[in-house]
Write a protein that binds this ligand. Structure first.
Ligand code: NAP
Ligand code: ZN
Length: 351
């Protein structure tokens, strides 16, 4: 075991604070990483504040699953990475790699998937600690290669917000000629806009924040609709092929079902805990679908990072020292993020 610096929550109602944690010694298939940046995902807050009934937090909780860093040590059997490589780690650090899901490169659906934080760790049985820390030890299979041309602070959010939006856009065949909506211009939403635009789709942003309109256009949207304006919403009824819903709170899904064309799909990636009511008739007329999507597999995450390398895509980030994390979380709850916080982990050195 070795000691790492971290920020942790000790209860659902206390702010995150500086602490030390134990990391395992790298095993033969493990990569030890010095964390340089970690993105701040709304899931970090849902988890630590006990907002998900299906995933109660284990305290102390160290969130963070948008990790970019440098390899400092590798186990004897590691072949994918070497000391000095710039690498990323997303929401998963383990899976059985032998089940039907893993064999289809869908490790995120493996019944034995291990989350980067809050899951029992395979090697030690202890709960995993995430990336709000200065180092981490991860099985090489779950460590991604970062294209050399990408800015590291803006790359960290690709490991969750990036893959979570890229994967459904690819799965549902978003391409040139399709009309695509992205609901909620936060961390996930702004990546969804960049990807839908890069894939050639006509991209429309739905936001509750009128002041984000110009940014949405700059990020690649062809149109912006203020979702509280029902007259504006109804002008687009029946016209969307695909809508990606990235909203972190309770909201009305029926308003978006109504905007789908026949055979269109509303895909939920935002994860509020409250059940959301659906009017069945809205689906029947037009054979419409509501679906969900969870991050993406490791091969697809690498594909997404390579796509970002080719198209020079990173997240728009506000870089913060770890000491500002509690303010950042409060701002995230108020939808006041442009458009992802990325923690500069060198700030942990002074703790
Ligand atoms: P975020 O940065 O806080 O963005 C959420 C956006 O939702 C806000 O910026 C806001 O956009 C909109 N919004 C917030 N409250 C709203 C309300 N009451 N009504 C309507 N819109 C509202 O969060 P994030 O990090 O992108 O995460 C979004 C959600 O995705 C979270 O629930 C998170 O847990 C989940 N998530 C899921 C996966 C997955 O694999 N499925 C992965 C990562 C995260 P506007 O200001 O534009 O309205
Ligand atoms: Zn996330």
């Amino acid at each position: 075991m070795s000691t790492a610096k971290a920020y942790a929550a000790t209860s659902a109602t206390t702010p995150l604070a500086s602490t030390t944690i134990q990391r395992r010694e790298p095993g033969e298939r493990d990569v030890q990483i010095e964390i340089l940046f970690c993105g701040v995902c709304h899931s970090d807050l849902h988890y630590a504040r006990n907002e998900w009934s299906g995933m109660p937090p284990v305290f102390p909780a160290v969130p963070g699953h948008e990790i970019v860093g440098r390899v400092t040590q590798v186990g004897s059997a590691v072949t994918k990475h070497k000391v000095g490589d710039t690498v990323g780690v997303g929401c998963m650090v383990g899976a059985d790699l032998s089940c039907p899901m893993c064999k289809k490169d869908l490790e995120q659906f493996c019944p034995n998937m291990v989350l980067t934080y809050g899951s029992p760790e395979k090697a030690t049985g202890k709960v995993t600690y995430g990336g709000y820390s200065d180092s981490v030890v991860v099985d090489e299979h779950f460590v991604l290669k970062v294209p050399a041309n990408l800015d590291l602070a803006g790359t960290a959010p690709l490991l969750c917000a990036g893959i979570t939006t890229y994967s459904p856009l690819r799965h549902w065949g978003v391409t040139k000629g399709k009309k695509v909506g992205v609901v909620g211009l936060g961390g996930l939403g702004h990546m969804g806009v960049k990807f839908a635009h890069a894939l050639g789709a006509h991209t429309v942003v739905f936001t509750t924040s009128p002041k984000k309109k110009e940014d949405a256009l700059r990020l690649g949207a062809d149109g912006v609709i203020i979702s509280t304006d029902s007259a504006e919403m109804s002008k687009h009824a029946g016209t969307f092929d695909f809508i990606l819903d990235c909203v972190a709170a309770e909201h009305d899904l029926n308003a978006y079902v109504q905007l789908l064309a026949a055979d269109g799909t509303l895909c939920l990636v935002g994860a509020p805990d409250t059940p959301l009511p659906i009017g069945v008739f809205g689906l029947i007329f037009g054979r419409k679908s509501i679906s969900g999507s969870l991050i993406g597999g490791i091969a697809e995450t690498q594909e997404m990072l390579d796509f970002c390398g080719e198209h020079n895509i990173t997240a728009d980030v506000e870089i913060i020292p770890i000491q500002k994390i509690n303010d950042a979380w409060d701002r995230m709850v108020k939808s006041d993020v442009k458009y992802r916080f990325s923690i500069d982990m060198s700030s942990l050195k002074s703790e």
